[in-house]
Ligand binder design. Structure first.
Ligand SMILES: [Fe+2]
Length: 182
């Protein structure tokens, strides 16, 4: 499979191929892609946002695990397919993955672009439950705490990242409410 002109379809097909065997992750991924579709009007490259939404959790696919930090494993897999550095960077850094990577001693070789598009990807992820339903960010964060328990590295990472996650989501929600700012 190669990166085709229809980036969104390519990304959706690749995500399905890798994640369908993990039904909850696949439902979540489909929900994040739906949320991303709602944010097309507030980013500079809407197809890139939607493609990143489809691919952001691909590193959870059992065959792709290398470092154990799913954002990095996904980005490394995508880089091997010839995906652009920008898309790899969005996946590698999504939803403050840098914090978990630091806790795990894993380097992220792509920069976090800190743009409206990056915020919109974080917003889409942080407003979608594991089952693909829409939820507000604080509830999503609380759900992660409950799911992983107090001592898990994911819980500690999300706790440390929560201000940044909420800020990114708030910036996107402001743009969605008033897209004229874009
Ligand atoms: Fe996700």
């Amino acid at each position: 499979m190669s990166v085709t002109a229809d980036l969104c379809k390519w990304a959706a097909d690749l995500a399905r191929e890798q994640l369908e065997e993990l039904p909850r992750r696949w439902k979540h991924t489909q929900g994040v892609a739906r949320q991303a579709e709602h944010a097309r009007g507030v980013v500079d490259d809407p197809d890139l946002l939607v493609a990143a939404a489809w691919l952001h959790d691909i590193g959870y696919a059992p065959d792709l695990v290398q470092t154990g930090v799913h954002a990095v494993d996904g980005a490394q897999f995508l880089a091997g397919l010839g995906v652009s550095d920008r898309l790899c960077g969005l996946v590698a850094n999504h939803s403050c993955a840098c914090v978990e990577a630091r806790h795990q001693g894993v380097m992220i070789r792509w920069p976090d672009e800190r743009t409206a598009l990056r915020d919109a990807l974080w917003w889409a992820d942080m407003t979608t439950t594991p089952n693909g339903a829409v939820v507000d960010v604080q509830r999503r964060i609380n759900e992660v705490f409950e799911r992983y328990g107090p001592n898990h590295v994911v819980t500690r990472s999300v706790a440390e990242a929560s201000d940044a996650l909420i800020a990114a989501a708030n910036r996107t929600e402001r743009l969605l409410a008033d897209p004229i700012q874009v």
